[in-house]
Design a protein around this ligand. Structure first.
Ligand code: ADP
Ligand code: MG
Length: 382
């Protein structure tokens, strides 16, 4: 049975605020974390905002003037259909805020280059070309896109197929591309699942080509692209000698470069989706990335039931029973991919993953129907 949802029955919801970052407002220690902030107003982004630099949309400087003092500058941009925000400190590599702004502008330029290559919404992108032609013949791609696909294959294998960038047919079937929820029939679901599975994508390293074994397959880098973008931006920023900064990609991924001057790390808070004055957990990041995947990010509702935008690629169904999944790991690309994977895998499988991958931490919030109970995983590892 196909049920085309009526206009009034459909609600695609967006809750943009997941991660809040606080620089220098709270001590970066595990003891400082907890389900409710000591000072709820502290979960705001940096305090003052002034007019923009040449390319950045908005900038803010937290401290001014005194010689030798390290200045903080925040730049905001639009890319990949979302907001990017880079907060960087001046230092030996970049001594003035004007230099910081130039470096940030170069970093966002490389994010936009990446977007041109991997966005499925850009008609000239490699992803668009792959999606159109890889079922007919192997498609040669850039080293960057090939590397990304290899990373996707590794995460796919290590998560038992929970993270799978071939989910495109599912995202489409359930109506998320159009922004109009659709409850599919069993037949439609079987048809889409048959076109999902990274094992049906052949990568030829010598030729640097990608081939699909089924017609109608569709790559969707929505679960990894922003994290990769932060990593690309961080590489540019670090290459100019900037040693302290925090980069936000949308509201679901952050990447910390070093720590704020004189502090052990950047305090990042995961906001409580049901009460934005509270947060569900707080972590300290230094040269690490944190991403959160959440059921409240994007969803539609039908007859009182909510369907979220993250799918179990093996069943073709939207994941149920999770509020959010957060992954913390040095690589931005991996934090983004793993947060999506952990959301699909749930608490026990994520525990297994973190046991096998020391250095990966997770915070999972299963749906209990009552108070949110975040589960920290991998935090005790040496
Ligand atoms: P956000 O977009 O908020 O950063 P995620 O990183 O979890 O959230 O990405 C969710 C997106 O990833 C979905 O909108 C969809 O495009 C894609 N996706 C959904 N399910 C999966 C999955 N199991 N594996 C990989 N990508 C997925
Ligand atoms: Mg993700």
């Amino acid at each position: 049975m196909t049920q085309k949802l009526g206009y009034l029955g459909v609600r695609i919801g967006l809750l943009p605020a997941i991660l809040g970052c606080v620089a220098g407002l709270a001590a970066c220690s595990p003891e400082a974390s907890g389900p409710e902030p000591a000072n709820p107003s502290a979960s705001a982004t940096p305090p003052t905002e002034t007019a923009a630099g040449p390319e950045s949309l908005e900038t803010s400087a937290a401290a001014a003037g005194a010689s030798g003092e390290r200045l903080q500058q925040t730049m905001r941009y639009q890319a990949m259909g979302t907001d990017f925000e880079f907060t960087l400190y001046t230092g030996p590599g970049a001594e003035s805020t004007a230099e910081i702004v130039r470096i940030a502008d170069l970093a966002i330029a490389s994010v936009r280059d990446l977007e041109e290559q991997i966005s499925q919404w850009k008609p000239q992108s490699q992803t668009t070309y792959i999606n159109r032609h890889a079922a007919e013949e192997p498609v040669r791609v850039s080293p960057e896109v090939f590397d990304l696909l290899q990373t996707c294959k590794t995460v796919y294998a290590e998560t038992g197929g929970a993270f799978d960038v071939t989910v495109g047919p599912l995202v489409e079937l359930w109506g998320f591309y159009k922004g109009e929820g659709h409850l599919p029939s069993d037949e439609e679901l079987r048809g889409a699942v048959a076109r999902v599975g990274l094992e049906k994508v052949t990568l030829n390293e010598g030729e640097r080509t990608v081939a699909f074994s089924e017609k109608g397959m569709h790559l969707d880098f929505g679960g990894i692209g922003k994290g990769l973008a932060l990593e690309v931006a961080a590489e540019v920023i670090r290459s100019y000698g900037v040693s302290s900064g925090i980069l936000h990609g949308g509201t679901s991924s952050v990447l910390a470069i070093g720590a704020p001057p004189g502090e052990p790390g950047w305090t990042v808070r995961i906001r409580n989706p049901y009460n934005t004055n509270k947060y569900i957990d707080e972590v300290c990041l230094k040269d690490e990335s944190l991403s959160t995947s959440a059921s409240y990010e994007k969803w539609f509702e039908l007859e009182g039931k909510k369907y979220c935008h993250i799918f179990d690629p093996r069943t073709g169904l939207p994941v149920e029973g999770m509020v959010s999944a957060t992954a913390i790991v040095p690589s931005g690309t991996l934090s983004d991919a793993l947060s999506t994977a952990f959301f699909v895998m749930g608490v026990e499988k994520t525990r297994e993953y973190c046991r096998e991958h020391p250095g990966v931490r997770a915070i999972l919030v299963p749906h209990t129907g009552g108070e949110l109970e975040p589960r920290r995983i991998g935090f005790d590892a040496p």
